[in-house]
Design a protein around this ligand. Structure first.
Ligand SMILES: Cc1cc2nc3c(=O)[nH]c(=O)nc-3n(C[C@H](O)[C@H](O)[C@H](O)COP(=O)(O)OP(=O)(O)OC[C@H]3O[C@@H](n4cnc5c(N)ncnc54)[C@H](O)[C@@H]3O)c2cc1C
Length: 491
């Protein structure tokens, strides 16, 4: 779930008495955004009225089904978004009229996008939404759904015994679901940085460099936008005394960044679509971080490859809170002797570094029994994903001989185009308003607007440094003007 997902998650997390609500409460203000941006393939919308006794009695049935599909603990995540709209709430009157709601509860089924700016007419032949006519109990509703999509979901399905959690080892299309994980990993990485107070004088520059890389090359537009906002307001958001005792008292130690969401407030949390493990606590963030790093590595230009290399090495070293991981990664970074000057070389280096980690973990996890049985570590990509990448297996040490041109081609496609192929945030930024300059800036993928290497040069920005610098300068000017005005008023 993306846009509106914070409200969704709040709704999902809301505890009402002891009964947890899984269905997402929608109203007219968030209806389109939530349905437009959910990563789920299907949606159910229940129109009801809070005063209607039949609706009250129906609620536990609906919730039993919603439990399977909604929320971070969903048994079958990312397939169906279950929502409800209270037609007795005045603001929703027009919305309910659009769907010709004639009785309560009335349930609709369809592709989420078909609900957006849409409606339903009883007599229209080509209705793209269907009324669920046989969903009066949880059993019946789930049966109806199973018939629509050929599934065999059961009300008693438990988390992680999930036949739909297909291992992503053989289907290249699966990576398209990871764009939401990359957003979640980015947000999580920044949360970790804040909670652990990792922005220090010696790590600031490396964070700024990483933000630059994100502004220019993050596969998600809203993460590019958020990163640009952090970057241009860096001094305000991350003042050098941000962890001082005084500041901590009034801001829980997170400084002005506390309420800032690097990828916007609506990114999915706790979902891990591509990176969801079949056991609790496997995969998730570290998988999402790898996917983010690979996706950056194939998006950079040749001329940025050395910058990307040092930036990622420093980021992992300073901010990846897994001591063993960052130490191993740092060792691999340190063993590189000559600078990168091609995207290809850096992308292949990162791929090979990841495979070295995989190789180590294959043995380690097998001996400790800590592997995720559905997602065993492997030297990657397996033949099923890219047969042309494999030349043959060397007899001597059983290692794989790779066709590196093919591997690079595969990586570029997989972490480039395919990763963003299902992405739905195209309209997320809305109209260019006060932040127009910033929005233009992140409008296109690979909008390289910050001259890479100019990290701190933004602080002495001239417009020659591009749109971001211009934007930063205009911010500074209005800020200065505001301060002057403020001091004048005080006089
Ligand atoms: C920088 C970094 C260093 C780490 N170091 C360690 C460590 O030292 N010890 C440790 O226990 N854990 C380490 N981890 C965590 C570990 O690598 C895994 O992320 C974690 O175990 C979850 O594994 P996973 O099955 O989700 O697949 P991951 O290894 O996280 O991979 C995610 C996805 O990337 C794809 N992939 C796999 N291999 C490659 C490759 N070579 N190139 C491109 N794509 C690939 C696959 O689709 C896979 O599903 C590290 C993580 C990161 C981000």
């Amino acid at each position: 779930v993306s846009s509106g997902s914070r409200s969704i998650l709040r709704a999902i997390d809301a505890e009402k008495g002891d009964v947890r609500d899984y269905a997402v409460d929608l109203n007219v203000t968030i209806f389109d955004a939530v349905l437009r941006d959910t990563p789920a393939t299907f949606a159910v919308v229940e129109f009801f009225a809070h005063w209607c006794p039949a609706c009250r009695n129906y609620k536990p049935h609906y919730e039993k089904v919603a439990r399977l599909f909604n929320g971070p603990d969903a048994v079958h995540p990312g397939i169906i978004l279950m929502t409800r709209v209270d037609c007795a709430s005045k603001i929703n009157t027009k919305l309910c009229d659009k769907f010709s709601v004639g009785h309560y509860p009335m349930l609709f089924w369809g592709h989420p996008s078909k609900f957006v700016s849409g409606g339903w007419e009883p007599k229209q032949e080509k209705n793209e939404l269907r009324v669920i006519d046989d969903g009066r109990t949880a059993d019946k509703l789930l049966n109806w759904i199973n018939k629509q999509i050929g599934s065999s979901f059961g009300l008693d399905d438990e988390k992680f015994e999930n036949e739909h959690l297909s291992s992503n080892g053989s289907d290249p299309g699966q990576i398209a679901r990871a764009v939401y994980d990359v957003e979640e990993a980015t947000s999580t990485a920044f949360d970790i940085i804040l909670v652990n107070k990792m922005i220090k004088s010696e790590t600031r520059a490396s964070l700024i460099k990483f933000l630059q890389l994100l502004v220019a090359h993050h596969p998600s537009r809203r993460c590019r936008k958020g990163s640009a906002e952090v970057l241009v307001n860096f001094d305000d958001l991350c003042p050098s005394d941000m962890w001082s005792t005084e500041k901590q008292e009034d801001s829980d130690g997170k400084g002005a960044l506390q309420n800032f969401q690097i990828c916007g407030k609506d990114v999915p949390r706790g979902y891990w679509m591509f990176c969801r493990g079949s056991k609790n606590d496997t995969r998730g963030f570290s998988c999402g971080l790898w996917v983010l790093l690979h996706s950056l590595s194939v998006r950079i230009e040749d001329g940025e490859s050395q910058f990307a290399f040092t930036t990622i090495c420093e980021f992992v070293h300073n901010f990846f809170i897994c001591e063993e991981c960052r130490q191993h990664f740092y060792d691999m970074c340190s063993s590189v002797s000559s600078p990168f000057n091609k995207t290809r070389d850096f992308a292949l280096w990162l791929w090979s570094a990841h495979n070295k980690v995989n190789e180590r973990l294959i043995k380690e996890e097998a001996s400790l029994g800590t592997e995720d049985p559905k997602f065993p570590k492997m030297i990657w990509p397996p033949k099923q994903l890219c047969s042309s990448c494999h030349l043959h297996r060397s007899q001597r040490n059983n290692s794989i001989d790779w066709n590196q041109d093919e591997v690079f081609k595969f990586l570029s496609n997989y972490y480039g185009k395919t990763l963003v192929s299902l992405y739905k945030d195209k309209k997320i930024l809305g109209k260019a308003g006060a932040n127009g300059a910033l929005e233009d800036l992140v409008a296109s993928t690979n909008a390289l607007v910050v001259p890479v290497g100019a990290a701190l040069a933004i602080a002495v920005a001239s417009c020659a440094f591009g749109a971001l610098a211009c934007y930063w300068r205009s911010q500074q000017k209005s800020r200065k003007y505001f301060h002057q005005l403020h001091s004048l008023k005080n006089i």
